[in-house]
Each structure stands twice: as C-alpha cells, then as structure tokens.
Design a protein around this ligand. Sequence first.
Ligand SMILES: C[S@@+](CC[C@H](N)C(=O)[O-])C[C@H]1O[C@@H](n2cnc3c(N)ncnc32)[C@H](O)[C@@H]1O
Length: 255
Amino acid sequence: MAKVVEVPRGYYARTHEERYRAIMGSGAAFRERDMSEYVRPAWREFVAATELSDGERGVEMGSGTGINALRMASEGLPMVGLDISPTAVSRAAELADGWGVDARFVAGDMCAAPFRSDVFDFAANIWTLHAVGEPDLRHRSLVEMWRVLRPGGRLFLHNEASREDVDADDVVTVETNTWNIGNRTVRLTRPDESQVEVSVPGFMPEGLTGRRSLREHVDEVQRAGFEVTRAEEQGVRPGPDVPENPMMFVLARKP
Ligand SMILES: C[S@@+](CC[C@H](N)C(=O)[O-])C[C@H]1O[C@@H](n2cnc3c(N)ncnc32)[C@H](O)[C@@H]1O
C-alpha cells in the first residue's frame, strides 16, 4: 500500500530561503570556494565527452550561491544560474562581480523556469535533484531542462544517490498548511576559519527522499526526453545524515 506523506504547501521556497538566511546570518560561507571534489572530475569528463567549447551558453538549475556556474563561466562559458532562494541568488550575483565573469543569477522555480525554449547549449543540475522528493516535481524540472536546451544541447546531472532502488512512486503526498519540517544543526566555517554551528530547516518532510539509484536517475532522465550518454557511480561521500553517501553523475543529450 502507498505511504502517505504530509507536505507543507510551498515548502521548497521557504525551507531553502530560511536555510540560506540562517547560514549567511551566521557569517559563514556556503560552498563558495570551489566545485566539490566529486563534481569537479565529473564536470571535466562532461566537458571532454561533449566537446564543450568556448562561448557555449549554459544554465545551472538550482545554482545556490553560484560556485559551479562561476567556475564554468571562468572557463569561457557564459552562464545563467537559477535558484528558488532570492538570498542565494543575491549572494551569487555579489560573488560574480568579484570573479569578473560572464554569469548572471535569477530567482525562480526550476519546475517553471523563466527562460525561452531552445536557448542554452548545456544545462547543469548539481546537488539539487537530490533535494527534491516528489516524482512529479523531479519530472517537471527535468522536462524544463530539456525545454530550455537547443536540439543537441547537453545535460550534466550530479547527485547524491542511493545504492538500492527507492521506488518513490509508492509515496503519495498530501498538502498541508502545517509546517512539519524539523531543524537540524550544521557545522560551517567562516572566512576567518572559525567554526560556527547553525540551526537550519531540513530539506523536506520526514518520509520523502530525493535520493535515487543510478538506474532510477537514468530512467527519469530518459522519461524527460533525453538520450543518456553516460551514467556512473563515484565514490562515497560521508554525509551528516547518511554515512554511506554514494555520488553519481549522468550525462545526456537532447536529441
Ligand atoms: C544543495 S543546494 C546545491 C546548490 C548548488 N547547485 C551547489 O552545488 O552548490 C540545492 C539548491 O537547489 C535549490 N532549489 C531547490 N528546489 C529548487 C527549485 N524548485 N527551483 C530552483 N532551485 C531550487 C535550493 O535553493 C538550493 O540552492
């Protein structure tokens, strides 16, 4: 029988915005130094495999404070970043000024992306789908990535994964007006290297998960209309909630 999970109306916008406000209010930086050591090698493989060249235009859906898009822009790829948190978008725009690269950042929902169709040469989605639990929202966001890409455009998807299939279609969500998402404490580093503990809302209600097996990721990407060109598990990154935290990436192409 399907499991029923109560989800607060519009919780993605609230939970991410509150999270960024709490982190920045503490004086800590959130992933501002460089691409993660897991994303970097996968990104290099994407660039090589898809023969990405100077001047090709990219979009990062769920760009946070912008580090991936900034790095990509510094490699000669004009970038647009989209994020649901206006606070993250402002910080990313501030960082872009400092980096002096061709990157701009926009606040909005990747399930209804504020871009015309067929305009980007590549789309990146990094550590964002693993923060989205509902199968229909995941599908809508992948379809949006497909829509904004030109034919032949490429997709770079990087996420925390699950070793086992999650069978998320067995979960039914019911909207509620009650906030049922608990806080958790994260330990972060300030620019002067001092440590700070910050209480932030969790990503989603108990009972939902954004993790999927590699096979499930591939299915989702194909269902959105992409041709998958490569799909790989990487090493295991120990996480605060999950000691076993396999990472994976999928490279795909809009036919
Ligand atoms: C774990 S963070 C990763 C941020 C960035 N990609 C990185 O690797 O540093 C997930 C990001 O997805 C954004 N996000 C979640 N749901 C979104 C949605 N529906 N539309 C746009 N952004 C979303 C969050 O605000 C958050 O910045």
